[in-house]
Design a protein around this ligand. Structure first.
Ligand code: SF4
Length: 305
């Protein structure tokens, strides 16, 4: 039996024993996605996990995602198999820097992308995902200034879509998506003429402008399933290709560039998932006062229709 098969079987047995639920972000390694109970985007996973009877959540993703799971499921044990798996974009804003900026923009509503720490969410007025960011911004009165954190690319996209000139975007970005240049995209388009271009709004504005469809990871997967098109160029982290190929085997999906691989997302391996279930470490917790405030930001977002 090969190593992946053996580890996967042992993980499934351990999971039953621990009453654990394994969540995997779509950017994880294929073998990690395969061993998971649920595969999806970060908030969707945490929300679904909160509705289950599981006592333990193993989050195969990055730190802020495990924090979101802990915020939504305070009674469950949350494990992050690779403790050092952080998100460089989320680290581009911390609570102290945000407080300093807020003091200079006291009238601004702070909209935080879910790719932020619990502490930053606690300092924000309302959270958003890449799927609902435009609706969240539209729910804020037109004359009220907005401070959008931390992704300048998503902020720019949302400001354009919502027609908001009074949105100030923080200077953060995703190291992985921001690597993709227009030249890379034009090359992929030349190689696959006629393929529909799907881009994540964390990409640079010139890449987003050239895309046929701009969507979150869930939105891209949904679109590819419903579209009559047969070929797609995928402008997001390459781990998602596993889901495209698995869900729609008759269609063709081309990664725009193999540069789009997030080292933090690839840091989780089956060995680490196995070890986490054996040792019940590393655990991710959020202090109660921070949790309460961060939860309010998420709940305000969920109230937006
Ligand atoms: S892909 Fe980008 S946003 Fe996602 S974890 Fe990696 S650095 Fe963070």
């Amino acid at each position: 039996m090969d190593n992946i098969k053996r580890l996967s079987e042992e993980i499934r047995e351990l999971k039953e024993k621990r009453k654990a639920l394994i969540l995997s972000h779509v950017y994880q390694r294929p073998e990690v996605q395969e061993v998971a109970d649920l595969v999806g985007d970060s908030l969707e996973l945490s929300r679904k996990a909160a509705e289950t009877e599981a006592e333990v959540i193993v989050f195969c993703g990055v730190h802020f995602m495990a924090e979101s799971a802990a915020i939504l499921s305070p009674e469950k044990i949350v494990l992050l198999p690779e403790k050092k798996a952080g998100c460089p974009m989320s680290d581009m804003v911390d609570a102290e820097a945000l407080r300093a900026r807020k003091s200079k923009m006291p009238e601004a509503v702070v909209v935080c992308y879910v790719n932020t720490s619990a502490e930053v969410k606690a300092e924000s007025d309302i959270a958003c995902t890449s799927a609902n960011a435009v609706s969240v911004v539209n729910s804020i009165p037109q004359d009220q200034p907005i401070l959008f954190i931390p992704d300048k690319n998503l902020g720019t996209y949302v400001a354009g879509k919502a027609g908001r000139k009074n949105l100030t975007a923080w200077e953060g970005f995703c190291n992985t998506h921001d690597k993709l240049t227009l030249t890379d995209l034009l090359k992929a388009r030349d190689e696959h003429p006629g393929a529909v271009i799907l881009a994540h709004p964390e990409c640079r504005p010139d890449v987003v402008d050239m895309a046929d469809v701009v969507a979150s990871t869930s939105g891209m997967l949904k679109f590819a399933g419903e579209s009559s098109a047969q070929e797609f160029i995928i402008c997001t982290e390459i781990g998602i290709l596993h889901q495209f190929n698995k869900r729609y085997p008759g269609k063709k999906f081309y990664p725009v560039s193999n540069k789009l691989s997030c080292p933090n997302m690839k840091a989780t391996t089956l060995e680490k998932v196995h070890r986490a279930l054996v040792t019940m470490e590393p655990r991710i917790t959020v202090p109660a006062d921070i949790r309460e405030k961060a939860l309010s930001s998420l709940e305000r977002m969920l109230a937006v229709k």
